[in-house]
Design a protein around this ligand. Sequence first.
Ligand SMILES: [Zn+2]
Length: 198
Amino acid sequence: MFIELTDHLRCPADHDESFLVLLPDRIEERSVLSGQLGCPVCGRTFTLEDGVLDVGAAPGWSRQDQQNLNPEAITALVGLHGPGGYLVLVGAAASGWREVAELNPGVALVAINPDADVTDAPGISVLRGGRIPLKSRSMRGVVLSRPYADDRHWVEEAARVVLPGLRIVGEGGDPPKSTIDLMATAGGVWVGTAVREK
Ligand SMILES: [Zn+2]
């Protein structure tokens, strides 16, 4: 995991959003390979092993074969222009991360619950859990693969972590209007922004 990403992590518990404190065991270059992360609010601790942080309760969905979100489509729909920040790939869309990285130079990638073929590497950080363990309004874009995009909880999580005005892309049925302002939809893929809280 990129050491800089630890600044954007949050405790997955339902208390007010809190950062996590990193107690690293092993760091190489700018990657944390092993260590513990602790929440100062509730005292939970999470183990980071092989560069992967697992905060627990990741869904046990099996791999979905129909995936239209290839790296070119992801890049076009998320519409990042210029380097910096983070793009989050939830589920199977992370399998094409090397091409996504080439198409979006200078943008760091975060995989949430990717397939087993995606492991920690320079250019991508791998997180696992039952929600997106990242702070609200901190990411430049979020991509939801099937079946995440069909799950209201995950759509709400994507809307929570994306920076205001930036995009969420999903493969699945249309998202709830109360959460996503749709910009476009075609071929089972949608793109939109988070509905601003009143
Ligand atoms: Zn906590």
